[in-house]
Design a binder for this molecule. Structure first.
Ligand SMILES: NC(=O)c1ccc[n+]([C@@H]2O[C@H](COP(=O)([O-])OP(=O)(O)OC[C@H]3O[C@@H](n4cnc5c(N)ncnc54)[C@H](O)[C@@H]3O)[C@@H](O)[C@H]2O)c1
Ligand SMILES: [Zn+2]
Length: 361
């Protein structure tokens, strides 16, 4: 079992990481958000497999459980779903103290979190991540929100959970492709902050992929510690939190130009890590072994190290549409070695092109 404390100036919460933790959700929750009732919001894919364990544990701890199933998929991370969930909570007369629990991947967590942040001006929110990505990334840090036609995650809030419960045994039902996508974010964490995490993934990849419980707990703990440390330093992304976007400027452009569903986010992130490291090499910021080592690990994970990409101009235009672009200067996060990154807004086109060249099939 592992526990990570997330200590913010206005709020402190714990992430509990343990095989079987979902069966203890009720007692953990009573300790931080005692109430007569709670709402359990799950993704339709998770509902049949993991919901019964969570619901049983909540009832055993004395909660009356209001259940709602969120339709799955990125396209359902919408204001329409938010409004359907408000209806469920309102019809059930859920009160101010009643916690809202998100049991699912990042889509469920982001959507349910936005609902929790706004329903009655905010009710206690709990994250029970069921994808590797949600365990290591989206469930910690308090970014919640939904997509609109104009772009992804444009409507949202910073709203921290009161508790995170990550039970790695739930990953047994997760499709392999989703597991690989989560690994891309783990590799990203290694590159921005922690060479020993990067090496841990290199050395223990087989055990991670076969879901050895102890190894997965260790992997999730190390990643949550990094995400928590960054968020504790800079909750609202005024500075170092931007480091978490390593590879994402490239990735968002790949996703935007590839067309919906062709390349998954995690796959694009893997490619983006290689592209960013190659651009850094081109600028003399890091040595050529860095992109090589990242590409080798990405490949071993079963993630693509190359893809059919649009032309540099089209990709560049997509990059400039990214919401993180300020005054037309694209800010890149670039590695200087495995374990350290810098923020640069003076990256020449030749370096960006070198990045695209390294991942274009
Ligand atoms: N808030 C943040 O800080 C943050 C950070 C990173 C990503 N995100 C968001 O997270 C979302 C992606 O999250 P995701 O990759 O978890 O996607 P997801 O929630 O869509 O889950 C991926 C798929 O796996 C299924 N699934 C989930 N858990 C399962 C399980 N245990 N068994 C079987 N199937 C399961 C889901 O139904 C879905 O089809 C994006 O919307 C992204 O914007 C948010
Ligand atoms: Zn990401």
């Amino acid at each position: 079992m592992a526990e990570v404390a997330i200590d913010l100036p206005h709020h402190r919460y714990r992430a509990v990481i343990e095989a079987g933790a979902l069966a203890r959700l009720g007692e953990e929750l009573q300790a931080v958000a005692p109430a007569a009732r709670c709402a359990l919001l799950t993704d339709a894919n998770v509902a049949s497999v993991q919901k019964p364990v969570a619901a049983k544990s909540l009832r055993a701890a004395g909660y009356e459980v209001v259940e709602a199933t969120v339709p799955f998929g990125e396209e359902k991370k919408s204001l329409g779903t938010v409004s359907q969930l408000y209806e469920v909570l309102l019809d059930a007369h859920l009160e101010r103290r009643s916690p809202v629990i998100a049991l699912g991947g990042g889509v469920t967590g982001d959507t349910a979190g936005f609902v929790a942040s706004t329903y009655l001006r905010g009710v206690p929110f709990v994250q029970c991540p069921t994808t590797l990505l949600a365990m290591v990334d989206s469930s910690v840090g308090g970014k919640v929100g939904v997509n609109v036609a104009q772009g992804k995650n444009l409507i949202g809030a910073f709203y921290q959970p009161v508790l995170v419960v990550a039970d790695p045994t739930v990953l047994e039902t997760l499709p392999d492709r989703e597991l690989r996508c989560g690994l891309a974010e783990c590799i990203k964490h290694g590159v921005i902050r922690d060479e020993t995490l990067f090496r841990f993934i290199e050395e223990r990849l087989d055990a991670v992929q076969s879901l050895d419980a102890e190894t997965v707990v260790e992997l999730v703990r190390r990643n949550v510690e990094i995400k928590a440390a960054v968020v504790m330093e800079d909750e609202k992304e005024a500075g170092v939190r931007a480091h978490l976007n390593l590879g994402h400027t490239f990735a968002h452009a790949i996703e935007a130009t590839a067309g919906y569903g062709v390349i998954q986010h995690g796959e694009a992130v893997g490619l983006g890590l290689v592209a960013a490291a190659t651009a850094a090499t081109h600028m003399g910021l890091c040595d050529a072994q860095v992109p090589d080592r990242i590409a080798a690990l990405i490949k071993r994970c079963g993630l693509p190290a190359r893809a059919d990409l649009a032309g540099d101009d089209e990709l560049g235009a997509a990059m400039r549409l990214d919401k993180k672009v300020q005054k037309d200067r694209i800010r890149f996060i670039l590695p200087t070695r495995i374990g350290e990154v810098v923020i640069r807004d003076d990256v020449p086109q030749s370096a960006v092109s070198a990045g695209w060249g390294a991942i274009r099939r």
